[in-house]
Write a protein that binds this ligand. Structure first.
Ligand code: ADP
Ligand code: MG
Length: 243
């Protein structure tokens, strides 16, 4: 199986606070990995290290056979191939829906206006937001904003998309529409790393579950193993609290 990203012995400290300790894991092409764990266990920091929003303190991130943390490595290609969807959407408020999907394609990928527009429309249809191309973010509901953020990320056609609690900022009635879109994407073979507190969704969508606890990967395995037959007491204890 083709590995998209492989992480070896990754560490991250803020001052003398060690937030990630010797993280090892990899993601295969087409795989959906859900990361679960208590608040403060290091899930967001791990995603932010993977896409270099944070600089890891040590370890390796292997992409296409090269360690992108090597001093002389050109990280531009790597970053173009990673998408990110945030809890707080992070849409550009001054752009309309179509503009939000086009900016990165024009500036980072140098696509023509026509091409960027066509690709944006394709992915806005996927998330069922193609009727709203001229709306500004402030006119949209949270669920609609997040679906636009997903379309924006898809429009860059990255190798993998990282999702950091994409439904945590939503009113409960809007969670379902976003999870439905993500479920459909998972079936298309998109490679996804998803931090989530939605356990039913994780069970349903994930090929593999990674359970983080206090800065380490405490246990990983198939949804069946993690949810029905976890081998570590701390996994059982976490699941007792959240399910
Ligand atoms: P999670 O996403 O699992 O809730 P985080 O990765 O956000 O956890 O945080 C893990 C730990 O790292 C927490 O103790 C948090 O306070 C700390 N942390 C996160 N970001 C920073 C930062 N920029 N500076 C200092 N500490 C941070
Ligand atoms: Mg977090």
């Amino acid at each position: 199986m083709e590995k998209i990203i492989e992480i070896k012995h990754l560490n991250k400290s803020f001052g003398n606070h060690e937030v990630l300790k010797d993280i090892n894991f990899s993601v295969n092409k087409g795989e959906v990995v859900c990361i679960i764990g208590s608040s403060g266990s290091g899930k967001s920091t791990l995603l932010r290290c993977i896409n270099l929003l944070e600089v890891p303190s040590g370890g390796e991130i292997i992409y296409k056979g090269e360690n992108i943390l090597d001093d002389n490595h050109d990280i531009c290609l790597y970053r173009k191939n990673l998408g990110m969807v945030f809890q707080q959407f992070n849409l550009f408020n001054n752009h309309d829906v179509l503009g939000n999907c086009m900016v990165g394609q024009r500036k980072v990928l140098n696509r023509s206006k026509e091409e960027a527009e066509n690709i944006s429309m394709k992915y806005l249809k996927v998330v069922d937001m193609d009727k709203y191309i001229n709306a500004k973010p402030k006119q949209l509901s949270g669920g609609q904003k997040q679906r636009v953020a997903i379309a924006r990320s898809l429009s860059m056609e990255p190798d993998v998309i990282l999702f950091d609690e994409p439904t945590s900022a939503l009113d409960p009635e809007m969670v379902g529409e976003v999870l439905k879109v993500m479920n459909e994407l998972a079936k298309t073979g998109l490679t996804m790393i998803i931090v989530t507190h939605e356990m039913e969704f994780a069970k349903d969508v994930a090929d593999r579950i990674v359970f983080m606890d206090k800065g380490v990967i405490a246990e990983e395995g198939t949804p069946d193993k993690i949810f029905n037959n976890p081998s570590k007491e701390r996994t059982r204890e976490f699941l007792r609290r959240v399910i």
